[in-house]
Design a binder for this molecule. Structure first.
Ligand code: HEC
Ligand code: HEC
Length: 310
């Protein structure tokens, strides 16, 4: 198998493509940091804090990726007032006692209460598809969470119950650069190296299953799971389902974390749309040698083993 060399070769391609605008000695996988957002400090006025929350909502927080008119997630108009009713309702099993606590819980402990009809398919509304926005690719810090909560409360006309964090802690945390996002699914797939292991776009990786017909295949993988959900899971939690003929722990588990939420959703949509591509369905599943781990000693004989010519 030529995988080991391919990975090396791929890394160089990756480096080369980034070196145009990043002159780092050791180029990071995430090439550039975006312009720094406003530093939250104790001197900020509440109005500014709310405005900042609105910016995070549609920017770094990528909330509008799901909370929009397509109704993949509930619209948040009036959520401040609605929260008060939700926490009094019979179906509510979370811990919040006021709207501010409910909003915080909705952001970081998303399955504590799942809005009926919006749960992950097959979980009977017990598991939320919304990620913990304080973690992973969104990674809002305490100050940013509070700003978003203030924005949601203010924009739905209820009293703002969170306070502006004071001191250096908030400001320092803000320095951490957020990853910049690729603009298209193709860019995101290239940026995250999927073609290193998969047949996708013009790449011919063979460590994992081909992705050319992923939309069709994904819909049949796990009963009751939609193609998009399966693909999202395959990226975020690769060991959750291992297709026949492949081994666990081969696909990096942290790829999803290295992505922005926008990149993840673009890739999911792109793959879910990949149907009836060049690869016939019959050839998709078990590929005999594909489960082998690329051992270091294989590297020597790897050259020439790959007839695809890279
Ligand atoms: C990947 C999609 C996705 C992203 C990104 C996302 N959400 Fe959600 N969100 C959902 C879904 C689906 C629900 C409904 C299920 C549930 O209750 O958790 C939800 C529920 C909520 C709720 C509770 C709504 C209600 O009616 O009770 C709030 C508040 C919320 N999200 C805020 C946010 C904010 C703020 C962000 C950005 C920082 C965000 N969400 C990002 C998908 C998402
Ligand atoms: C180092 C190799 C490697 C990289 C890089 C990699 N994958 Fe994978 N992938 C695998 C392997 C091996 C499997 C099969 C085992 C498993 O499901 O974990 C797999 C499985 C999958 C599946 C499920 C396929 C099926 O037929 O059920 C999807 C979808 C997927 N990968 C998407 C991606 C995407 C998108 C990227 C880039 C962000 C990526 N992979 C990067 C190795 C890789």
């Amino acid at each position: 198998m030529g995988n080991f060399l391919k990975i090396i070769a791929f890394s160089f391609v990756l480096l080369a493509s980034f070196s145009g605008f990043a002159n780092y000695a050791i180029p990071p996988i995430i090439p550039e940091s975006p312009p720094k957002e406003a530093v939250i400090s104790g001197e900020m006025s509440m109005d500014d804090f709310i405005t900042l929350g609105g910016k995070i909502f549609s920017g770094k927080g990528t909330c509008t990726l799901c909370h929009n008119a397509l109704l993949r997630a509930p619209l948040l108009d009036g959520i401040g007032a609605r929260a008060a009713d939700i926490i009094k309702g019979d179906g509510y099993k979370g811990k919040a006692t006021d709207s501010g606590e409910y909003l915080r819980e909705s952001l970081v402990d998303t399955s504590a209460y799942v809005v009926p009809g919006f749960g992950k398919p097959g979980t009977n509304d017990s598991v939320s598809p919304m990620p913990d926005v304080s973690k992973g690719s969104i990674g809002l810090n305490e100050a940013e969470l509070n700003a978003v909560i203030a924005y949601l409360q203010s924009s739905s006309g209820v009293e703002v119950t969170v306070s502006i964090p004071s001191g250096d802690a908030a400001a320092t945390e803000e320095e951490a650069p957020a990853p910049s996002s690729a603009a298209t699914a193709e860019e995101a797939i290239t940026k995250h190296g999927c073609g290193m292991c998969h047949v996708v776009l013009s790449e011919e990786g063979d460590m994992g299953p081909p992705l050319k017909d992923m939309g069709t295949v994904a819909a049949t993988r796990v009963e009751g799971m939609s193609a998009s959900d399966y693909i999202r899971q395959a990226i975020m939690d690769p060991n959750a389902f291992i297709p026949e003929g492949f081994d666990p722990d081969m696909m990096p588990a942290d790829l999803g974390e290295a992505m922005t939420a926008k990149e993840l959703e673009m890739i999911v949509a792109f793959l879910a749309d990949s149907k009836g591509g060049a690869v016939p369905v019959a050839e998709i599943a078990p590929v005999e040698e594909a489960g082998e781990a690329p051992a270091a000693e294989e590297a020597g004989k790897a050259e020439g083993a790959d007839s695809s010519g890279g």
